[in-house]
Write a protein that binds this ligand. Structure first.
Ligand SMILES: *[C@@H]1O[C@H](CO)[C@@H](O)[C@H](O)[C@H]1NC(C)=O
Ligand SMILES: *[C@@H]1O[C@H](CO)[C@@H](O)[C@H](O)[C@H]1NC(C)=O
Length: 378
């Protein structure tokens, strides 16, 4: 069978389950999330507090060069700094791309080249998974990234690896992680619980402890399946390191029935592509039959991203219709790059403005989505 055939079959099954469980209900007055308190934002050095005294000046500065309509401060849920985008988000995207199965063979082969750029590099692979740890030279941050699904068009891992890797996505079992109130999809757990797991943890530890008296900040990153695996890693390391988690196009990892209260979801940023037809990255809502959930900040990317759309924190709504076209890594990359190039920071995060496309009330500043457009004063 043509390799792409199997891949398509898997995703077709996913599409069916998604279609069945993902209905659009526009509910007026649906307040699912409230803005976080000041103290929680203050825990994040890379984020600015929307209520801080520097804000009015920055606002004037921004309006002279950037989109003229700056959201009302009361409608901003979060402000993301340029440093956060350049040092955290862009870097997370970059290493999430490197770690994907590619023509070059196992990720270990890339270490000599990566060592020219990074202060530390550790790379791991087994038959169906890969992980990469790097420490940046200038910013002294540790990043760990996990491999996305092998789509079968690259095949570095061979047939067996490809099938095992796909099984991570469709394995119907779940696993309660010992010593926690977290339950995770078995496939996601298995993609983290690899043959190199012990060595990976040792290397991660060495990286985080390599910044002298203080720990180096740790970022767990991943694209697609790799983003779900980053969640498994977050549960594993969170009591030791308080990681930031940055994912792109990630499917759900956690099972809804368990709270998973150890996660610091304020430090989890989940990028999801949308388009003018009001569609979403399909994979993000994948296989709901397991009754899973998302956590963290949902960040809905469009072609403008000012404000960067967000229904808020710990939003787990299934957003449909989905399309696999929006799952492309390059769209995530180009949009993040466009945000950085535009250089309008701090970037406000909140509901979409009036006139923006929408499917759900919670996507709009006004909390009113009417005939697929954000509206005021219905
Ligand atoms: C984002 O990362 C890529 C890869 O490291 C780099 O080429 C690009 O210059 C970065 N963009 C910015 C704005 O730093
Ligand atoms: C995790 O991996 C180890 C080593 O491969 C294995 O012994 C253990 O059973 C795995 N844990 C789970 C819950 O699957």
């Amino acid at each position: 069978m043509h390799v792409f055939g199997l891949w398509s079959f898997v995703w077709f099954s996913v599409l069916l389950t998604t279609k069945k469980t993902c209905k659009v209900h526009a509910r007026v007055g649906d307040h699912e999330s409230s803005p976080p308190g000041d103290e929680t934002l203050a825990q994040l050095p890379e984020l600015n507090n929307p209520h801080s005294s520097s804000h009015p000046e920055q606002r004037n500065l921004q309006t002279s060069q950037c989109p003229s309509v700056y959201p009302d401060p009361s409608e901003i849920k979060l402000l993301l700094s340029k440093e956060f985008f350049v040092n955290y988000v862009n870097q997370s995207l970059y290493i999430s791309d490197i770690i994907k199965a590619q023509d070059y063979g196992p990720i270990e082969d890339l270490v000599p080249e990566l060592e020219k750029v990074y202060e530390r590099v550790d790379a791991f692979s087994d038959i169906d998974d890969q992980a990469l740890i790097v420490k940046t030279k200038d910013t002294q941050l540790c990043f760990a990234a996990f491999q996305a699904s092998d789509r079968g068009d690259r095949m570095v891992e061979g047939w067996i690896g490809y099938i095992l890797d796909q099984w991570h996505n469709i394995n119907p079992f779940t696993y309660k992680i010992k010593g926690t109130d977290c339950k995770i999809r078995q496939g996601t757990f298995d993609a983290y619980n690899t043959t190199y797991k012990v060595d990976f943890r040792r290397a991660l530890n060495a990286c985080v402890e390599s910044c002298g008296d203080e720990q180096c900040p740790l970022v767990l990153a991943g694209d697609s399946q790799g983003g779900a695996v980053a969640m498994a890693a977050a549960i594993d390391v969170t009591q030791l390191y308080d990681p930031t988690v940055i994912t792109f196009a990630a499917p759900k990892a956690l099972v809804k029935s368990m709270p998973c209260s150890i996660l610091n979801t304020e430090k989890h940023f989940r990028f999801v592509n949308t388009d003018v037809q009001g569609r979403y990255d399909l994979v993000v809502n994948q296989v709901n039959i397991f009754n899973e959930k998302h956590t963290g900040w949902t960040l809905l990317l469009d072609d403008i991203n000012f404000p960067l759309g967000s229904p808020g924190l710990d939003d787990s709504r299934d957003r449909c219709p989905g399309t696999n076209d929006l799952h492309e890594y390059t769209i995530y990359r180009d949009r993040v790059q466009a945000i950085i190039d535009r250089d309008c920071f701090p970037l406000p995060v909140g509901g979409w403005p009036d006139g923006h496309y929408c499917r759900f009330d919670d996507e709009c500043q006004t909390n009113q989505c009417h005939q697929r457009r954000c509206k005021r004063g219905l």
